[in-house]
Design a protein around this ligand. Structure first.
Ligand SMILES: CC(C)(COP(=O)(O)OP(=O)(O)OC[C@H]1O[C@@H](n2cnc3c(N)ncnc32)[C@H](O)[C@@H]1OP(=O)(O)O)[C@@H](O)C(=O)NCCC(=O)NCCS
Length: 216
């Protein structure tokens, strides 16, 4: 499968001045900017920037950023699932994972994350993918935002809906281990029905494996 990427960019005013949301960006393009030291939701900022530079070089991957003139203040990543994770079981070439989305605290609540997702989906090629996001409450910044688990979940749902991702059932043990955790899914318009069926088996992998076992 070819992974054709079309660059999009928008600039709008926030209470902190103008912000540009753009991508997908290559590693070389990312290197032109500084990476804000408050982008620490997943790992220390320096390490996270190194990870983004590496991801940006993957054929399928997409990094969309929110930036001021010279500073990255938010980003979203899309890439194939980790080979060790359940979501790579069938090696579906159409399945990409929204791996991380993060905005520095000063810019939160100004629709920056929602706009990152909206802009991501402006690229028609996204219609060829099933995009998923696995949401585990232990990754959320509950302390920084002072939101309850359920209010945070509402933010996640509103934000993901801006990119067309909606909650979908699964039997993934990690997701069903807490009711606030959720799988978010967007099935692109060009994804064939047969691919959706494979994905349904992946969502309910235990059930699928049991069926295969009983048939075999
Ligand atoms: C989750 C996160 C990315 C949201 O970023 P953001 O730019 O503030 O999100 P948005 O402004 O687009 O908010 C989406 C919706 O939630 C609402 N919202 C955001 N923060 C809120 C808050 N603290 N209280 C109440 N509502 C809030 C927004 O008003 C918006 O609602 P609307 O669609 O009705 O206007 C950001 O809080 C963050 O970086 N958190 C740490 C990392 C993380 O948890 N990532 C997600 C797991 S991968």
């Amino acid at each position: 499968m070819e992974h054709i990427k079309t660059f999009h960019s928008i600039t709008y005013e926030t209470s902190n001045g103008p912000i540009t949301i753009e991508g997908p960006l290559s590693s070389d393009e990312l290197k032109k900017y500084n990476f804000h030291d408050k982008l620490v939701a997943f790992r220390p900022a320096k390490k996270q920037f190194e990870a983004l530079l590496e991801i940006a070089s993957f054929e399928e991957a997409r990094i969309i950023v929110a930036r001021t003139e010279e500073m990255i203040v938010g980003y979203v990543t899309y890439l194939y699932p980790d080979p060790l994770e359940r979501w790579s079981t069938f090696k579906m070439k159409e399945l990409i994972v929204l791996g991380a989305i993060e905005i520095i605290p000063d810019y939160r609540g100004q629709r920056v994350a929602s706009n990152l997702l909206k802009l991501s989906m402006l690229d028609d090629y996204m219609e060829n993918y099933i995009v998923i996001s696995t949401e585990y409450y232990w990754h959320w910044d509950l302390e920084g935002t002072k939101l309850s688990i359920w209010d945070y979940r509402k933010v996640m749902e509103k934000m993901m809906a801006s990119g067309g991702l909606t909650p979908a059932p699964t039997d993934d043990p990690e997701i069903i281990s807490h009711p606030a955790n959720t799988l978010m899914v967007r099935v692109g318009k060009n994804v064939p029905e047969t691919t959706v069926e494979v994905f349904d088996n992946l969502r309910f992998l235990s059930r699928y494996n049991q069926r295969i076992k009983s048939e075999g």
